[in-house]
Ligand binder design. Structure first.
Ligand SMILES: Cc1ncc(COP(=O)(O)O)c(C=O)c1O
Length: 452
């Protein structure tokens, strides 16, 4: 596979042109990689109106992902805003009126900022699992929910894989959405690699209409790189609007270092990556088997994540994290109950062996239960669009905040999943969840009754 951006930047950085353009470092710094950091000079193309090397590179990525693939230098966060916007525009084009988004509640913060910025109505759908991080709703449950809706949502929005490593039945959910006349949008930030499994589990292959993947979360790409994938099912109108949607929210100075990273990644993905992934998947399956036999309770069905119920094994997540850290292992996430470990093909065999050895050396203790307070969906008092334009005040988290209206975009449990979002009323359960997650202070809306 060609790497046109890498080649252009190599040629330019090795040339003797005098750089009388942005950025100010002129490619010179103590760090050698600054030489690849350029602006949109002739030949370097334009991320949101590509006609040259970036277009060629995106076409390569599209071929790899069997979709229409667009680059983001601002993570999945940018792609999420763009896909919500596209779904709303599409509904308006077809029905000549606006609609709402039906979202599984365990969204990432960037979804909430998208609906707040765009003034979009959202209807939440929740499950009865005892944590805020997962929302395992089946296609049948979704179908029952959608069937009775007189007005269909512009899109159903789901997060899969979630932070704990649960993958939803995307094929089933997509079929239901299409039967019920709506689109399926998937936050696949944690699942770029799913495309390269022996049997792809990538949302686009399973019928999703639009999805985003953070390249940097699971592939060897720089932080900030992501893909927006649009499936063949989408209309000409959506294809013609994608760059407009991305440019609406994006910086006008995309990083060539990040574009270069995505370009270089294409070469790896088209060569050794699938085989490396298969070997790694086998290795992780063996690790999971050994851990289960040893008495660990593991969660989730995502191939490259190992989620351990540390409480069940007799430790708080925090204690368990420290034990791993003492043994030179830093894992992705911990809360009071769970530990999430993310492994990629860039980890060495020695590292995964070390992980297994350390996990097996930790003694099982009587179970602790640190489960967060029961999930509850707060009642909305004002729309997020109004809430972000309201004055807020910082207050201590005490029982006195019960009945107040949340002012921060979200109050989240650690990986940016909402307990409560701006404009919703803090009830007793929410107060308890804030205490559980260690909130000392929070912002509430000042004088919410006085809003227009
Ligand atoms: C589920 C999920 N969606 C979206 C995002 C945002 O991705 P990015 O950091 O690439 O903008 C994250 C980031 O942690 C995430 O966990």
């Amino acid at each position: 596979m060609t790497t046109p951006v890498v080649d252009f930047l190599n040629r330019y950085s090795e040339s003797d042109y005098i750089r009388l353009h942005m950025p100010g470092h002129k490619g010179r710094s103590t760090d050698d990689f600054f030489r690849y950091d350029i602006t949109e000079i002739d030949g370097a193309d334009n991320l949101f109106d590509p006609k040259g090397i970036i277009l060629e590179s995106m076409k390569n990525a599209s071929e790899l992902f069997s979709s229409h693939t667009y680059y983001s230098c601002e993570g999945s966060s940018l792609c999420i805003r763009a896909m919500i916007y596209l779904a709303m525009l599409e509904y308006k084009r077809i029905h000549n009126e606006e609609s709402y988004i039906l979202a599984f509640r365990n969204v990432h913060k960037s979804f909430v900022s998208a609906i707040a910025l765009l003034g979009i109505d959202v209807e939440w759908i929740t499950s009865d699992v005892p944590n805020y991080l997962s929302c395992p709703i089946s296609p049948d449950e979704l179908e029952k929910y959608l069937k009775i809706k007189e007005k269909k949502p512009a899109a159903v929005y789901v997060t899969s894989p979630d932070y704990l490593g649960n993958i939803l039945d995307i094929k089933g959910l997509a079929d239901v959405c299409h039967r019920e006349g709506t689109m399926l949008l998937v936050d696949n930030a944690h699942g770029a690699y799913l495309k390269f499994l022996k049997n792809s589990l990538h949302p686009i292959d399973l019928g999703a209409d639009i999805c985003c993947d953070s390249a940097h979360k699971t592939l060897d790409a720089l932080t900030g790189t992501a893909y927006l994938h649009v499936s063949d099912n989408c209309s000409e109108f959506i294809f013609n609007s994608v760059f407009r949607a991305l440019a609406l929210f994006a910086s006008t100075s995309p990083s060539y270092m990040l574009i270069r990273s995505l370009d270089a990644l294409n070469a790896h993905l088209s060569n050794n990556y699938p085989l490396e992934l298969q070997l790694l998947e086998d290795k992780i399956n063996k690790i999971k088997e050994e851990l289960s036999l040893h008495g660990y309770r593991l969660l989730g069905n995502e191939p490259l994540k190992i989620t351990i119920d540390a409480g069940d094994y007799g430790y708080s997540g925090t204690e368990f994290y420290s034990l791993l850290m003492k043994n030179k292992i830093i894992c992705e996430y911990y809360d009071k109950q769970y530990i999430v470990i993310m492994i990629s093909v860039s980890n060495t065999y020695k590292e995964t062996e070390h992980l297994l050895k350390i996990l097996l050396s930790i003694k099982k203790e009587p179970s602790l239960v640190n489960n967060p307070p029961a999930f509850s969906l707060p009642v909305a008092s004002i729309k997020p669009f109004d809430a972000i334009r309201s004055m807020t005040e910082e207050v201590k988290v005490s029982k006195k905040i019960i009945g107040s209206v949340a002012g921060d975009i979200i109050f989240n449990c650690p990986p940016a999943v909402p307990i409560v979002i701006c404009g919703e009323i803090i009830d007793y359960n929410i107060y308890s969840a804030l205490k559980y997650y260690g909130y000392k202070t929070c912002n509430i809306i000042k004088n919410p009754d006085k809003l227009d």
